[in-house]
Structure formats: structure tokens, C-alpha cells
Design a protein around this ligand. Structure first.
Ligand SMILES: Nc1ncnc2c1ncn2[C@@H]1O[C@H](COP(=O)(O)OP(=O)(O)OP(=O)(O)O)[C@@H](O)[C@H]1O
Ligand SMILES: [Mg+2]
Length: 478
């Protein structure tokens, strides 16, 4: 395994966590210099952990132990023996974009962050490349003096992608974990142009992407499917069957609510640039679309009460009467945040699922069976801390945990990191929820017409689901 034309190769017996849990058993792969490879494996398989370990961050971030070896070109490292030397080498030789956005830029403004990145490009290759500029030109609502932690996640993701390629001249591998998460659909072409630019200026640099995004299959990347995918994943079908088997429709969700918004959010005492005009009667659902930075997540957070508002942001009952938010928040509004790990404070998965839906007693056994098969097929331990779940696992567990509790689900990019089976499971949960009289307000940056149509069908069709289109132009709602 590995020769001078190998950018990176792995031969792993496994990766173990401190609690003894082992993932990525018998994983072998090789990426040649200059190759463009997409790693595809189910939610929770271990892509993110593997990429961090590969990039030399395993010890610091996960406290994991790796058994096996990595090869860079001709250099061979046996782990855990050479772990320290390896980590130093890997950090120098691999440029990375990890899926969860890091908080390193705390306190720095968007403009300052961009300036730093441009300087690095100047030093690295002498100019700020056109594809990077084109990505920036596509963004809506950039506030140059907005502190990075207040910048829309999609804009931060674009900046993080650009940042990753600043050192491309000097590295052997670029590793990207779900780079298209949160990116509006139209930015995919620009991302590809940036990848093409990188391969042009450094033809021996390999690009390794972990992604569920099907579009990568059509653009000439080699799809790498690890052979060691456990048989557990075959049982995902059973999870869906178990869910479909019990008739949750027999219980209705309590107190559906709607909302009326006509105003601007206020963050840290300052009025933000967006102005919203949107209303949704109780029991109806909506899909919120618009370019990166147009304020999709902010709208959800306003409805959930995370922003002060100049104007009106009113929660309404089924007959349109206003209700106090403090009364509805606890039982009516459930939120999946764009980065759910930032907001999940419960100590175990079991705690998340403990509530369960309001069920006729005859259905309790079916529900328990569904949860059991859900956890086992995703290889989730009930005692596991929610923040250690993979991106896809956390979203699925959250949806299951909310069935029957909150009448209105506010979902921010809920399918952003789901594999196909998980998307179909999420859609089953959504459809049961709306079948019980619940409603969903879903934000999705990947808003291709056919996807909007599909999700709209899940949410009850045009009769029960609106599309709220945000934008920066005067003719849009936002
Ligand atoms: N500290 C930990 N203890 C136990 N298990 C853990 C810990 N951290 C992560 N895991 C588990 O390791 C597995 C791999 O997680 P990882 O985030 O790498 O998955 P992934 O393939 O990237 O999934 P996704 O497609 O959802 O992003 C998951 O099953 C996760 O629950
Ligand atoms: Mg991941």
C-alpha cells in the first residue's frame, strides 16, 4: 500500500473511543496524487471522526485511539506508535474543512476574517482567485462589520471553504467534510470551479470529500464506499417499517399555533437589515427558501423568540388570536437548530427520548420497538452524550424525540447531513407529525424545485404547505 504517487492511504484495524466503542474497523483506502475522491458512507459510520484523525486531530478532539497505519507518499506511520509525529506531519500536509463550524474566529468581523484569508492567498499563490470572488459575489446580506459569531451559517461556510484552499499550493491533500452543507444550491457550480482551480495550481494535490450530496457523483469524482460498512445499516429499512406500523394518527398534537411576522430582528441592540412580512395560520406548514444570508435561520429564531423584534412577531392560536410566547414555547414550538450540537444540553440520548409521544397505551410497545431499532440501526448507545452523535444521528434522534410534544417544528436545514435512508426516515416522521395535526416550518438552502415539491407533498401538499421566499431584492418578502 502506498507509493510515490499516493497522496494518502489508510489501513486501519479500527478507531476506539475511551468508552471502548470501536468504529471504522478494517478500513482500507488509497487516494492517488491529484485525485478527486468522495467518501460516501451512512450517517454515523465514522466519516467525520476518520477525517479528523487523518488530519492529525484525533487525539485533541476525540481522545480516540487509532490502530493501523497512514501513508503519505512514501512516508509510513504506524499508529498509535507514531501518533505524535504523524499529527504534526498531517497538520502541515493536509488542509481541512470540518463539518461543524469551528468557533476560532470569535470576536473577529466578517470583513476582518476575509482580509486575513485574502492575505494568505496573496502569500500562497500571489492573488485572490476568481472562483473565490465569484462565491462571495453570490452571497446576500453580508455585513462586513458583523462579528463572525453573528454571521449566517451559510456565509460562514462559504468563508470556511475559501479559507481551506488558501494553502493549497503547499499541501498534499485537501479534506472537506460535507462542504455543501448550508450552501444554497446555486453555489455548487462555484464550489466546483474552486476545486478545479486548486487542481490546476497544484496538480499533485488530492481532494478528499465526505458528503451525502448526490451531485458529486455527476462531476467526475471517484466515489469511495468503504467495504467495511457494517450489516447494521441494512436494518435501517426495519426502522422505517417499525415506524410505519403504529398508527400515531390516532392521537392529535395539542394546541397548534401559527405566527404573524412584520418587522426586523434586533441583535445586540442593533436592528438587522432584514424586514419580514410573513404569516402562517395554525396547522399550516411552510418551506422557507432564499439565498445564503437572506435571513432564513433568523426568521426561525425570531419565531422561536431568540431575537428581540422591532415591529411584530406574534404567535397565534388556531382561531388567529395572539398568545403569549412564554406560554407556548415550552409545549408548542420545537426547534432543530442549524448546528444542533451547539444547543443540545441534555446529558444522554435516553434523556432526549424519554418523553416520547402521547400514545394510546396499545401503541406504547410499538413505539418502544421503534426506538430500540432506531438506536441499534444507527449504532447509538442510549447512555451516549448527544453532543457526541454524528450530525445525521443527532437530527434523527431529535425528530423522534419531538413526536407528540411540540405542535410546530421549526427545522433549520434538517436534511443537510442526512443519507438517503435517513431522509426517508425523517420524511416519515414529518408526515406522521403533520398527520397528527402538527405543522412544520422548514428552512432549506438546497431548494431545488423538485425537492420543494417533494417536501411539500410530505407536508400535506399545496393545500397545507406554503413557500416563503426570502431575498435581498425589494420584490421578495425578506
Ligand atoms: N465520544 C464518543 N463516544 C462514543 N461514540 C462516539 C463518540 N463520538 C462519536 N461517536 C460515534 O462515532 C460514530 C461516528 O461519528 P461521525 O460523526 O464520524 O459519523 P459520520 O459518518 O460523519 O456521520 P454523518 O454522516 O451523520 O456526519 C457515531 O456513531 C457516533 O455516535
Ligand atoms: Mg459527519
Amino acid at each position: 500500500m502506498g507509493n510515490a504517487h499516493t497522496a494518502v492511504a489508510a489501513n486501519l484495524q479500527g478507531i476506539s473511543f475511551k468508552n471502548g466503542r470501536r468504529i471504522c474497523s478494517n478500513v482500507k483506502f488509497e487516494v492517488a496524487a491529484g485525485e478527486f475522491v468522495v467518501l460516501r458512507a451512512p450517517n454515523g459510520w465514522g466519516k467525520s471522526v476518520l477525517l479528523r484523525v487523518l488530519a492529525g486531530w484525533g487525539e485533541e478532539i476525540h481522545g480516540v485511539r487509532v490502530d493501523g497505519e497512514f501513508v503519505f507518499g512514501g512516508d509510513r506511520y504506524h499508529l498509535p506508535l507514531d501518533a505524535e509525529t504523524y499529527a504534526k506531519q498531517a497538520k502541515r500536509r493536509i488542509a481541512t474543512l470540518f463539518h461543524r463550524l469551528d468557533e476560532e474566529s470569535f470576536g473577529v468581523t466578517f470583513g476582518e476574517e476575509l482580509e486575513q484569508i485574502q492575505l494568505r492567498y496573496q502569500k500562497g499563490c500571489g492573488h485572490f482567485p476568481e472562483p473565490c470572488q465569484e462565491l462571495l459575489d453570490r452571497l446576500a446580506g453580508i455585513g462586513w462589520d458583523t462579528p463572525m459569531d453573528g454571521v449566517a451559517k451559510g456565509l460562514r461556510q462559504v468563508l470556511a471553504v475559501i479559507d481551506t484552499f488558501a494553502d493549497v499550493m503547499h499541501c498534499e491533500v485537501v479534506v472537506l467534510d460535507e462542504p455543501t452543507s448550508y450552501l444554497a444550491d446555486e453555489l455548487f457550480e462555484e464550489l466546483l470551479r474552486l476545486l478545479a482551480w486548486a487542481r490546476e495550481v497544484n496538480p499533485s494535490c488530492a481532494i478528499l470529500v465526505a458528503s451525502h450530496d448526490q451531485r458529486f457523483a455527476t462531476v467526475g469524482a471517484r466515489i469511495l464506499r468503504p467495504t467495511a460498512i457494517s450489516e447494521h445499516y441494512a436494518s435501517r429499512l426495519i426502522v422505517n417499517t417499525n415506524l410505519a406500523r403504529f398508527a400515531l394518527e390516532s392521537a392529535r398534537v395539542p394546541n397548534p399555533v401559527g405566527f404573524i411576522v412584520s418587522g426586523s430582528p434586533i441583535a445586540q441592540g442593533r436592528r438587522l437589515a432584514m424586514h419580514y412580512q410573513a404569516a402562517l395560520p395554525a396547522g399550516r406548514s411552510a418551506m422557507v427558501t432564499g439565498p445564503n444570508g437572506s435571513g432564513k435561520s433568523t426568521l426561525l429564531l425570531m419565531i422561536a423568540g431568540f431575537f428581540q423584534v422591532r415591529g411584530c412577531c406574534q404567535i397565534t392560536t388556531a382561531d388567529g388570536a395572539p398568545v403569549r410566547r412564554s406560554r407556548v414555547l415550552r409545549s408548542n414550538l420545537g426547534v432543530v437548530f442549524q448546528e444542533p450540537h451547539e444547543y443540545e444540553f441534555r446529558s444522554t440520548v435516553e434523556d432526549m427520548l424519554r418523553a416520547g409521544p402521547w400514545l394510546p397505551s396499545t401503541e406504547q410497545a410499538e413505539w418502544d420497538e421503534f426506538i430500540r431499532s432506531l438506536l441499534s440501526s444507527y449504532q447509538i448507545l442510549p447512555e451516549q452524550q448527544p453532543r457526541t452523535l454524528s450530525s445525521g444521528q443527532l437530527r434523527i434522534v431529535w425528530l423522534a424525540s419531538q413526536l407528540g410534544w411540540c405542535s410546530t417544528w421549526l427545522l433549520d436545514e434538517v436534511t443537510a447531513s442526512l443519507d438517503n435512508d435517513s431522509i426517508s426516515l425523517a420524511e416519515s416522521l414529518l408526515s406522521i407529525h403533520v398527520g397528527r395535526g402538527g405543522s412544520v416550518v422548514a428552512v432549506d438552502a438546497h431548494s431545488r424545485a423538485n425537492e420543494i415539491k417533494r417536501v411539500r407533498t410530505v407536508l400535506g401538499g399545496n393545500d397545507r404547505c406554503d413557500v416563503i421566499k426570502l431575498g435581498i431584492k425589494e420584490d421578495c418578502d425578506g
